[in-house]
Design a protein around this ligand. Structure first.
Ligand code: AMP
Ligand code: TRP
Length: 352
């Protein structure tokens, strides 16, 4: 069968969003809503796979919703909601727990990273996390999933689950009138933002992340101008006597590469343009990077400043955010409920 194009993606409400979330995913989400039917979720069920303080979780859900809207998502055009308000996610996830194999989940690198050394102490939810993510996408039979580079492996798992469900239940699916035996599509990863992997400002080999203890490692969407300036000023560079001259030189210098990548993405220019700027500003300050960092700060403040003020404005009216989420959840359910009804039939459950 051919599937109608439909976009689904989500972010976890754990603390505030950072530049990696914005450049790696959000910019693409905003672009796609111009041409596609889009569903954007605040994945609170995923958040509790590690401990969340209940009061902070509520605030984070609202703040991430506000960040979506402040960055340019239009909740009238796209569906914006929090995952726990649509029970079909958890229902389908259970069925996928019974489709996915232990061996598949054992390969997931994110679980290994997040569980750390004491794997026995990790929650079962953290382990089953990718099955819930597959359910998020497939409850809407979504075809396109814009994410950052780190989600590639989870997306491959979602494709494997879709395929195994289709083949395990092939005859039941055909009996329902799907002549080719295909009920779930193979969701396609869309990993094409301006910077699909933004690295830490303190270590060019680690990705920028909410869970990194040092706040100096990332630029948050809620950082004020002085904080952004300070973080960029103190961002790690290197001791080479001259700036990189070519893209090959740049690749060998991860910290500079990251800063040039961030500059290019924020300014909407190419990395080559970033290299020219490095060359033309190298004589400006105590370090060869002082002038470049000044320009980077300017463009970061220009782009992120208005987003921050809009988040603050929206957060002043939490009831309005809750209304947006409730409206989104209602529209999301209108799509997910009939899909889930069919899944129940396919699996062999009796519905009243
Ligand atoms: P999370 O904050 O883990 O819920 O991630 C939300 C989205 O942001 C996902 O699509 C991630 O792939 C993306 N993302 C997170 N960190 C980065 C990063 N450092 N660079 C690029 N994309 C990222
Ligand atoms: N696992 C994703 C992350 O940490 C968040 C997520 C949950 C997601 N469900 C999803 C992303 C469905 C895309 C589609 O970034």
């Amino acid at each position: 069968m051919t599937f109608q194009d439909r976009v689904f993606s989500g972010m976890q409400p754990t603390g505030t969003l950072h530049l990696g979330n914005y450049l790696g995913a959000m910019v693409q989400w905003i672009e796609m809503q111009k041409s596609h039917e889009c569903i954007y979720c605040v994945v609170d069920l995923h958040a509790i796979t590690v401990w969340q303080d209940p009061a902070e979780l509520k605030t984070s859900i609202r703040q991430v919703t506000a960040a979506y809207i402040a960055s340019g998502l239009d909740p009238k055009r796209s569906i914006v909601f929090n995952q726990s308000q649509v029970p079909e996610h958890a229902e389908l996830a259970w069925i996928f727990n019974c489709v996915a194999r232990l061996g598949w989940l054992n390969r997931m690198t994110q679980f290994k990273e997040k569980a750390g050394k004491d794997r026995e102490a990790a929650s079962v939810g953290l382990y089953a996390y990718p099955n819930l993510m597959a359910a998020d996408i497939l409850a809407y039979r979504a075809t396109h999933v814009p994410v950052g580079d780190d989600q590639k492996q989870h997306l491959e798992l979602a494709r494997d689950i879709a395929q195994k469900f289709n083949s395990d239940f092939r005859s039941s699916i055909e009996q329902k009138g799907y002549a080719d035996g295909v009920f779930f599509p193979q969701p396609e990863p869309v990993i094409t933002g301006p910077a699909t992997r933004v690295m830490s400002l303190r270590d060019g080999t680690k990705k920028m992340s909410k869970s990194e203890p040092s706040d100096m490692s990332r630029i948050n969407l809620m950082d004020d101008t002085d904080t952004i300036a300070d973080k960029i000023k103190r961002a790690k560079t290197d001791m080479e006597p001259a700036p990189p001259a070519t893209l090959d030189d740049l690749r060998a210098r991860p910290e500079i590469d990251n800063l040039v990548g961030i500059y290019a993405a924020l300014a909407g220019v190419t990395k080559e343009d970033g290299l020219s700027l490095l060359a033309s500003t190298a004589g400006e300050g105590p370090s060869i990077f002082t002038g470049f960092k000044r320009a980077l700060t300017e463009v970061a403040v220009e782009k992120l400043g208005p987003i921050r003020s809009e988040i603050v404005r929206l957060m002043a009216d939490p009831a309005e955010i809750d209304r947006v989420l409730a409206d989104g959840a209602r529209r999301a359910r209108a799509i997910a409920t009939p899909v889930m009804d069919e899944v129940k039939d396919i699996v062999g459950f009796i519905r009243g």
